[in-house]
Design a protein around this ligand. Structure first.
Ligand SMILES: N[C@@H](CCC(=O)N[C@@H](CS)C(=O)NCC(=O)O)C(=O)O
Length: 210
């Protein structure tokens, strides 16, 4: 019995948890939930994830966890080494705040159900998220303190687990991250690590290559 991650290759919230699982060095199984084919709404899945979203982490004993940030917090508590949060309480809170800029300040506005709603109102779903992505990434960059190699110091944390997928989404939605040089430098250091490189959307078994 192993951990199972119910997820989708291009989901940024799934991507966060893939990175965290890899950083912790845990063995896990990939279970595809194709959100473009609406598999997240299947009855068998909504019992696992009441919000009908990916990711869901299934524990070896069959219990389910949803919401990527609580999943990463669970992994940190259940498997403390190597840490993915700083030790100092203030630094931990600041790191969580960086993750929240992306988790609550950007991702919900680019989510599939949101862009589908925008389309249903006659809006341009390709353009709609750009302002929120740009403003949120600018806020993330402004919120960085110190000159650490990663978002919260000298080791990768949950803030980086959120940042790298969000930069991938930014490109997909037509936002050029070149305007955020500090974020690009952090991304480059992250992607040099196998935990991040192996979690990339195009490396996943369900990736659709165009
Ligand atoms: N706050 C949730 C967000 C999860 C989420 O929005 N997942 C998206 C993919 S990144 C999803 O499943 N979307 C399906 C839909 O909108 O129908 C988390 O962090 O896990």
């Amino acid at each position: 019995m192993t951990l199972k991650l119910h997820n989708y290759w291009r989901s940024s919230a799934s991507h966060r948890v893939r990175i965290a699982l890899n950083l912790k060095g845990l063995a896990w199984e990939y279970v595809v939930v194709n959100i473009v084919k609406a598999e997240q709404h299947a009855q068998g899945y909504t019992t696992k994830n009441p919000m009908a979203q990916v990711p869901t982490l299934e524990l070896p004993d069959g219990r389910m966890l949803s919401q990527s940030l609580p999943i990463m917090e669970y992994l940190e508590e259940a498997h403390p080494e190597p840490p993915i949060l700083p030790r100092d309480p203030y630094d931990r809170a600041r790191c969580r705040a960086l993750a929240e800029i992306i988790n609550s300040g950007i991702q919900p506005l680019q989510n599939l159900s949101t862009t589908n709603a925008i389309k249903s109102f006659g809006g341009d779903a390709a353009v709609w998220p750009r302002r929120f992505i740009t403003d949120g990434l600018a806020a993330f960059e402004r919120a960085l303190t110190g000159d650490g190699a990663f978002s919260c110091g000298e080791a990768p944390t949950i803030a980086d687990c959120c940042l790298v997928p969000q930069l991938a989404s930014a490109r997909r939605f037509g936002v050029d991250p070149a305007q955020f040089p500090r974020l690009l430098a952090i991304e480059e250091r992250c992607l040099a690590l196998p935990a991040f490189a192996n979690a990339a959307p195009d490396k996943q078994p369900d990736a659709v290559r165009t």
